[in-house]
Design a protein around this ligand. Structure first.
Ligand SMILES: Cc1ncc(COP(=O)(O)O)c(C=O)c1O
Length: 354
């Protein structure tokens, strides 16, 4: 059987959740489990996240999956509902909405009694300069104050565009958030994703919304998961299925893009872009064998890659770590010109999941 495998380490997930608790001890934790728990498999992850206060997802279907699996914690739809008919289902299933435009407010008000009757919070989204979702200042102040006057319990919500970096917009976003929070006091607040949880403990407020850090990857380009004391949750492996000894001048793989400059041993590993392993690597990429890194050579194909095993004891059947505890997903992503989030989310259905 082909052994391309995704292992999920539930203890690592619990460890990372505890890291959130250490960093934001007074806030409630809304664990972001959208996109199938960042590609890790929502079912496995929910079981390991029993210590969380709530879940965050991107759409009603993701929220209903959590309810169908039997979890009763609050759930927030971080983009709200997409049409009015979803409101009934939201209320029946105790799901909370973000509102970020007038139509969503109208839908909410049309179902006001039922929504309030279930004690569901309304998350009102501030657009403080990211310019994706939300009401701007000063409109949001009127929106929140009217909702409060109508009996809704509100949470002021915002998302940073550059929490992972030093950017002048950070100060604008922070100050607008604080301005609105003061103008609408008393009101609960939520603006921290993983990077912000690390960088701005003073902004943790009532609810933090960690995503990537739960899965043991880094939100920062210049700080690794190890630096942040996070444990990688996903280990992605495949097996060596063939060995070749080649001479200087011989080529490897499609396009013959790799030419050996000396005699070498190479191994063929049963993994490819058909599994979600990326194809384009502008920079040299590596895999790990028993903790030792070795380079990937030639092009990634749909089902196979070639790696350099010169001087490495790696017979057929050897397990190769594509990413995990030794070869961090963020480093693979960096070589691929992307971020760990994307690689984790875009695995295909083909690898076996354990
Ligand atoms: C609104 C919102 N909050 C929190 C998060 C979690 O972010 P991160 O995975 O960087 O912690 C996301 C992720 O995209 C988000 O969209």
């Amino acid at each position: 059987m082909r052994q391309a495998t995704v292992y999920i380490d539930r203890e690592a997930l619990q460890y990372n959740l505890n890291r959130v608790k250490q960093l934001a001890p007074t806030a409630q934790i809304v664990s972001m489990v959208k996109a199938n728990a960042y590609g890790h498999g929502v079912k496995d992850c929910l079981a390991a996240l029993s210590g969380t206060d709530a879940f965050g997802v991107a759409c009603l279907e993701e929220a209903l999956e959590i309810r169908e699996l039997g979890y009763q914690q609050p759930i927030t739809l971080i983009e709200g509902i997409f049409s009015e008919d979803e409101m009934q289902v939201v209320i029946e299933n105790n799901i909370e909405c973000i509102v970020h435009h007038q139509q969503q407010l109208d839908w909410l008000r049309a179902h006001k009694q039922a929504y309030i009757g279930k004690n569901l919070k309304v998350w009102v989204k501030l657009n403080s300069g990211m310019n994706r979702l939300g009401f701007k200042v000063p409109e949001i102040i009127d929106v929140i104050n009217s909702l409060k006057a109508e009996g809704f319990t509100c949470v002021l919500a915002m998302h940073f565009a550059n929490a992972d970096a030093d950017h002048p917009l950070n100060e604008q976003q922070k100050s607008q958030f604080l301005q609105v929070k003061e103008a609408c006091a008393p009101i609960m607040g939520s603006c921290c994703n993983s990077a912000a949880i690390y960088k701005w403990p003073e902004l943790n407020f009532d609810f933090v919304r960690p995503g990537i850090m739960l899965y043991g990857a880094s939100p920062f380009a210049d700080r690794s998961a190890h630096d942040l004391d996070l444990k990688p949750v996903m280990t992605f492996t495949a097996e060596i299925i063939a060995l070749n000894h080649i001479q200087a001048g011989e080529h490897v793989g499609y396009g013959s893009t790799f030419t050996a400059d000396k005699e070498m041993d190479l191994a063929i590993v049963s993994i490819g872009y058909g599994d979600g392993y990326p194809r384009a690597f502008p920079k040299q990429n590596y895999v790990a064998i028993n903790g030792q890194e070795t380079r990937v050579i030639g092009r990634v194909a749909m089902d196979m890659i070639a790696i350099d095993v010169t001087g490495i004891d790696a017979p057929i059947g050897t397990e190769v770590e594509l990413w995990g505890k030794n070869r961090l997903v963020d480093d693979v992503a960096e070589a691929n010109g992307t971020i760990g989030y994307e690689l984790l989310c875009r695995l295909s259905a083909r690898p076996i999941r354990k």
